[in-house]
Design a protein around this ligand. Structure first.
Ligand code: 5GP
Ligand code: MN
Ligand code: MN
Length: 387
């Protein structure tokens, strides 16, 4: 840990050394909420989010806060190790074109509904969720926009890996917005004594609304897992085709970094919100992506109780999307990727929002969390498709 900041109510524990004042102010607002358990933890990739910093971990007693989960509910990473030792440019380009043919990118969805047996069981979801279901059937196995990506990497273990970053597409966003609005209305009606910021509106866990949110959130998490898995199946099929069926894959690693769940910490059951944070129980395998053109990592958790057994979910942004498009130099960012021989998709200034220069230095981020995780495999990018 790098630093502790105290507030009137609860301290903030930071593993980050490069962070904007606005993110610290958000953490202070959080730490001053009465239902915070122990402290607020900021991972080394933390930066300003909507209401709560991304890269933040918040444990609560008695309430759930929709905006402490994040809008892309269940967003996360999956990765798979192959037994392929090398891929040349022709093979990489073949795979990229297979990906573009079989996986809708950006805002696109499939034209047809996907097989319902590939979707998670709905169980006890609300009407709001039910109404989103038929659209979700076309969104299963689609990447989404922004910083979602599919990357082919070379591992320090000598093998080719595939990594995918994606979430619950539009359904998670709809659910997040619906319940944040609902929480605001309820807070204004009943809980005006709590010094809340409308962006941190909460639902007391015994309420019907909290139950409905928890069920719908869980469905979005399950959907996001299935979404990543479906895309990974498509990439696997592409690799098998290129290698005449001769590829062996390890088990898929599939983890969420935007969610809330009941967990036991310091011998109490609390709701842990991870908003852009990875669970890192002792021995647990996690995935920490760097950025387009830098290294990513497969890690093993150390189970540090002070971060509520969590670590970073990436490198984290140093600048917003618009700022990156304005300030980064296109030539510099392109040659940075070209020099490493990476097949990438930076073509014009608009694409600079996702350039490596818009993110923190992953080496520093990893050095700042040595007490949270240990590195198992280092992954260097060979080719990347962005959402
Ligand atoms: P978020 O979940 O907050 O949207 O971002 C996850 C993390 O993914 C970012 O903090 C960044 O470190 C990482 N990332 C973004 N784009 C890329 C990419 O193209 N390749 C890799 N390997 N990592 C990326
Ligand atoms: Mn996402
Ligand atoms: Mn994400």
């Amino acid at each position: 840990m790098k630093q502790v900041i105290s507030t009137e109510k609860h301290p903030i524990k930071l593993w980050v050394d490069q962070i904007e004042d606005s993110a610290i102010n958000q953490a202070k607002n959080l730490a001053n909420l009465p239902f915070v358990y122990k402290h607020v933890a900021l991972m080394p990739d933390a930066h300003t989010g909507y209401g709560m910093p991304i890269g933040g971990v918040l444990a609560t007693k008695g309430v759930i806060i929709p905006n402490a989960v994040g809008v892309d509910i269940g967003c996360g990473m999956c990765a798979i190790k192959t037994n392929i030792e090398d891929m040349d440019t022709t093979e990489l380009k073949q795979l990229m074109s297979h990906i573009r043919k079989t996986i809708p990118l950006g805002k696109n969805s499939h034209k047809e509904k996907q097989d319902e047996s590939l979707m998670p069981q709905r169980g006890d979801v609300s009407n709001v969720m039910e109404q989103l279901y038929s659209k979700a059937l076309c969104q299963l196995g689609t990447l989404g926009g922004g910083n979602h990506f599919i990357e082919i990497q070379r591992g320090s273990d000598g093998y080719i890996w595939v990594m995918i970053h994606s979430g619950s597409r539009n359904i998670g966003k709809q659910i997040a917005d619906f319940y944040n609005k609902k929480a605001r209305q309820l807070n204004e009606r009943w809980y005006t004594q709590v010094p809340i910021n409308a962006d941190l509106a909460f639902l007391p866990i015994e309420t019907e609304e909290a139950h409905a949110y928890m069920n719908d959130m869980q469905y979005c998490i399950d959907f996001a897992f299935a979404n990543r898995k479906q895309m990974m199946e498509k990439v696997k099929a592409g690799l098998l085709e290129i290698n005449q069926g001769n590829v062996v894959f390890d088990d898929i690693i599939n983890i969420a970094h935007n969610y809330a769940a009941w967990e036991n910490h310091y011998n109490e059951n609390v709701l842990v919100h991870r908003k852009g944070a990875t669970r890192a129980y002792k021995g647990e395998i996690g995935i920490i992506p760097g950025s387009q053109g830098t290294k990513s990592y497969i890690v093993e958790g150390l189970g540090n109780p002070e971060s509520f057994m969590s670590c970073s979910h990436g490198a984290g942004r140093v600048m917003g999307r618009k700022q990156a498009q304005r300030e980064l130099d296109l030539e510099t960012e392109i040659s940075r990727l070209n020099e490493k021989g990476i097949i990438h998709a930076i073509r014009n200034t608009k694409d600079l929002d996702e350039a490596a220069g818009a993110y923190k230095d992953i080496d520093v981020v990893m050095a700042n969390q040595k007490d949270l995780v240990k590195i198992k495999v280092e992954l260097k990018p060979l080719a990347v498709v962005k959402g």
